[in-house]
Design a protein around this ligand. Structure first.
Ligand SMILES: *Cc1c(COP(=O)(O)O)cnc(C)c1O
Length: 398
């Protein structure tokens, strides 16, 4: 079959896009664990370096297995081009650092993954880039911040950990009027549920460590966008700074993509059931799930996402002690700060992923000491509910 034909639907293309078989005719993608490549003669080497001949040079620049992943991810996203990176943070940091220079401004939503927050708050200012955080849900705050020119906007929706929803279409319009490149961290939505490029964003970044591997094995990331930006702005940066994905990790992620729709759909069904179960439970004070009508931005979520999330955030009574009592009573659901895994995991953001930002910033983000983030896995929903009930019983008997 034609490997990149848009005649096929997304689930089909996740199995077939980007395949370039070797003469052996292997069914599964070949894994090219090689750092370098050889040339037929000195002339071919020269022509490769001048760009007259297309030939792999060195795996920091390009590798066939990594290229297969990039091509399949671009196909899934509907993007012109993709560069895979060593981690999700490699994707976020390269996208921003490749684009900005001293004297530029960057505006970001406050509710960001911890390391993304650190890059905007601490790293960019060190290189002479002015940065500003806004409450991402507040369009007036965006309008004020973007009334002056900006080079880039970074946002995450749904956000980590409290699943705030940001209006990507409206923010992109404001950002473009200020001259900014709009970068969306789409990890929580997955490429299946939200298409930021269709909503007006310029660049989409992923931690492929999460749902794309989805089985807790390898780290990786990806940046997707217009071909000219990827080739002229991002590629020289990633190639020369060494932000390259291992071909082994790329191969694992190609396998992950084959089952991505099945896993994400089943995990979302479980997450919706978990959210309803928690919302009805004594001891749970609030549930944040974009698929529930009581989510503060339910209508916005429905207007820009095709489904909700595999993550649920909730708050228990009793603050940190309540949350710890709940988590320590769980037997099946692991205490782990990864997410998007086939196994269910809970984390307490205030003492782990969002500890370093401090109590004031946590209060601004609505991360209370009783807040728990639940990445819902593929276990049988009855077993998940039984385990949650164990946690709830421990919480109530404190
Ligand atoms: C995990 C994550 C990242 C960072 O990805 P790594 O692969 O861990 O470097 C960035 N953004 C979000 C929203 C994430 O969940």
């Amino acid at each position: 079959m034609s490997t990149d034909s848009t005649a096929y639907r997304p689930a089909t293309r996740l199995l077939h896009a980007g395949v370039e078989r070797t003469p052996f005719g292997e069914t599964s993608e070949a894994m090219f664990l090689t750092s370098g490549f050889v040339y037929d003669n000195a002339e071919q080497a020269e022509a490769t370096f001048t760009g007259d001949v297309v030939h792999y040079q060195y795996s920091r620049f390009g590798n066939p297995t990594v290229a297969a992943l990039e091509s399949r991810l671009a196909d899934l996203e509907g993007a012109e081009a993709c560069i895979a990176t060593s981690t999700g943070m490699g994707a976020v940091s390269s996208a921003l650092l490749a684009h900005v220079k001293a004297g530029d401004r960057v505006v970001a939503s406050r509710a960001l993954f911890g390391s993304c927050h650190w890059i905007v708050a601490n790293l960019l200012p060190r290189y002479g880039v002015e940065t500003e955080f806004v409450d991402g849900r507040d369009l007036d705050a965006w309008a004020t911040a973007l009334s002056r020119p900006a080079a880039a906007v970074l946002l995450e929706s749904p956000s980590n950990p409290m699943l705030e929803i940001l209006d990507i279409r409206a923010i992109s319009e404001l950002a473009h009027a200020a001259g900014a490149l709009v970068v969306v961290d789409n990890v929580f939505a997955t490429p299946l549920y939200q298409k930021p490029l269709e909503l007006g964003a310029d660049v989409v970044v992923y931690s492929c460590t999460k749902h794309i591997d989805g089985q807790g094995r390898v780290l990786g990331g990806a940046v997707l966008g217009r071909r000219d930006w990827i080739t002229d702005t991002l590629q020289p940066f990633t190639r020369n700074t060494g932000n390259a994905l291992s071909p082994f990790n790329a191969w694992v992620m190609l396998k992950g993509l084959e089952t991505l729709p099945l896993r994400v759909r089943a995990m979302t069904e479980n997450a919706a059931a978990v959210a309803d179960h928690l919302a009805a439970a004594e001891g749970v004070t609030r549930v944040f799930y974009p698929g529930r009508a009581d989510h503060p931005q339910y209508d916005l979520a429905r207007s820009q996402m095709s489904d909700a999330s595999t993550l649920v955030a909730f708050e228990v009574a009793g603050g940190k002690e309540g949350a710890f009592a709940f988590m320590n009573a769980l037997r099946l659901i692991a205490i782990s700060n990864n997410l998007g895994d086939a196994r269910s995991m809970v984390t307490h953001p205030a003492t782990t992923t969002h500890m370093k930002i401090g109590p004031e910033e946590r209060a601004r983000l609505g991360i209370s000491d009783g807040a728990i983030r639940f990445s819902v896995g593929l276990e049988d929903i009855a077993d998940l509910k039984d385990d949650l009930d164990r946690g709830l019983a421990a919480l109530r008997s404190r």
